[in-house]
Design a protein around this ligand. Structure first.
Ligand SMILES: [Zn+2]
Length: 251
């Protein structure tokens, strides 16, 4: 297979716009959940895993979380003819319920799951304001093959993990660079483009606003100086204009 990536539609929340952009309206909006599957040099690399809708966590009621059968991670992968066991590497941006719910699919597979060490540590004992978004049922399994890292990490000559702390203590994103293709997948380090352009606007939920600001500026510089296209975590408008699996963006 040629090199490429597909965006996976793994569900959505319905909540106030002010959760994405602090101080914005309290209108309820549809907020997409995104996973990304890359195929690079015949290796399949998954970024984020969507929610575990069967967990029925209290937060899912508050945010009217939806994931229909076709939005389950396994079903989304099937759209591009992949099964869970075809995945060579999983990278999880952070362990909030809307990103970590599919990790249990990788139990007993031996497939490595890259995570920042400070993220997995924090997930066991989050601050009071984050207790309802971390669920041990999503991540606390001895038979998941976690590979913990600290900071940036090179996966291959085209794909790199970039530390973007602040949304949570260990949020990480991905940089892809080859020929004219330059993309940065920020996950929730940047909820929406409006959080960083034309000026920084605080997000409704971050563990540390000052660290978040530094990470947001890091993303912005990649965009301004090196022309990386920003793929934000939950931007309703941005993803309206993108194609999802089975479409494959060629790299
Ligand atoms: Zn999220």
């Amino acid at each position: 297979m040629n090199n490429g990536f597909s965006l996976l539609d793994v569900g959505e929340n319905y909540h106030e716009k002010s959760i994405l952009i602090y101080g914005d309206s309290n209108d309820i909006i549809k907020v997409p959940f995104i996973s990304v599957i890359f195929t690079i040099e015949n290796k399949n690399i998954l970024f984020d895993t969507g929610p575990n809708i069967d967990g029925n966590y209290p937060i899912m009621k508050r945010f009217s979380t939806k994931q229909n059968k076709g939005q389950k991670l396994e079903e989304q992968l099937k759209l591009i003819n992949l099964n869970i066991t075809d995945i060579d590497l999983v990278i999880v941006s952070h362990l909030h319920f809307d990103h970590a719910g599919g990790l249990k699919l990788f139990r007993k597979t031996g497939i490595p799951v890259l995570i920042q060490k400070n993220e997995i540590n924090y997930a066991y004992n989050p601050d009071f304001f984050y207790k309802e978004v971390y669920y041990r049922e999503d991540f606390d399994y001895e038979d998941i093959n976690y590979e913990t890292i600290n900071g940036d990490y090179e996966i291959n000559d085209k794909l790199k993990v970039i530390a973007l702390y602040g949304h949570t203590p260990g949020t990480q994103g991905l940089l892809y660079k080859y020929n004219n293709n330059k993309m940065i997948f920020t996950s929730d380090a940047v909820y929406t483009i409006k959080n960083i352009k034309p000026e920084l606007r605080r997000q409704g939920f971050d563990s540390c606003t000052s660290m978040w600001g530094e990470s947001a500026k890091k993303v912005l510089l990649k965009n301004r100086i090196e022309n990386y296209e920003i793929y934000p975590g939950h931007d309703p408008e941005f993803y309206l204009n993108k194609k999802f699996a089975p479409y494959i963006y060629k790299l």
